[in-house]
Design a protein around this ligand. Structure first.
Ligand SMILES: C[S@@+](CC[C@H](N)C(=O)[O-])C[C@H]1O[C@@H](n2cnc3c(N)ncnc32)[C@H](O)[C@@H]1O
Length: 214
């Protein structure tokens, strides 16, 4: 992971966002909603801009911040995003409405483990962003990668989880140890996956970029 100083330096250079995007960032901060870190967000947007995916699947909408940012970064992209928390889903809907993006962002309410048929309705996807319950990443990856187009990209966030994943010490609680174990196992699984070229970027909270072999 990059040091705080490096991260702050990078964040300071990131151009200003629109008023509504800034409002969402403030809302997330005030209400403890975990949205993507700025540097990670910018990296994700770079991949979206490069790939220009026709359709993106996001697992973990929260209040719609990353879905909206991807939609604004790539005008040709349609996004399907899943959220299980009803309150967050409703706020995301409101944000998508205000920005007039309802024709390009479809929000699905429910557990990503149970929405496969609804998600399949919009398949195939050229790009996926996994940013939900970290302990279930492998499950999400295995289930939804079947809907990924050839040469598609899957980006998974938080794979270094605050630096804990690379550390041997400092894993005080049993819950943290168990979560870290699951993320490590996911990382090993994906890095050895025969169908993907993958690499881990130490930006934001750690991002796994996986490109499907054609
Ligand atoms: C880190 S937040 C997503 C942040 C969002 N991608 C952004 O950067 O704006 C993770 C979200 O995933 C949701 N989530 C966790 N597990 C889920 C599951 N199994 N199915 C659907 N949503 C889930 C949580 O409720 C939470 O709002």
């Amino acid at each position: 992971m990059v040091s705080n100083e490096v991260n702050q330096y990078i964040e300071k250079l990131i151009p200003a966002r629109s008023e509504h995007v800034l409002k969402m960032e403030q809302y997330a901060k005030q209400h403890d909603v975990p949205i993507m870190e700025l540097s990670g967000m910018e990296t994700l947007l770079t991949y979206v801009r490069l790939k220009k995916p026709a359709r993106i699947l996001e697992v973990g909408t929260a209040i719609g911040y990353s879905a909206i940012r991807m939609a604004l970064a790539s005008e040709a992209s349609e996004i399907v995003s899943i959220e299980r928390d009803e309150e967050r889903y409703n706020i995301a809907k409101e944000n998508v409405n205000v920005l007039d993006l309802t024709n390009r962002i479809t929000l699905l309410l429910g557990d990503a483990n149970e929405l496969q048929s609804q998600v399949e309705h919009y398949a195939p996807y050229d790009f996926m962003f996994i940013d939900a319950a970290k302990g279930q990443y492998q499950h999400f990856f295995d289930h939804y990668s079947t809907m990924l187009s050839k040469d598609g990209i899957i980006i998974t966030d938080n794979v270094l989880f605050r630096g804990y994943v690379a550390e041997e010490k400092g894993l005080e609680s049993r819950r943290l140890r168990s979560l870290v174990k699951k993320i490590r196992s996911f990382n090993e699984y994906i890095m050895q996956h025969p169908d993907y070229y993958s690499s881990i970027l130490p930006v934001g909270d750690g991002m796994m970029v996986s490109v499907r072999k054609s």
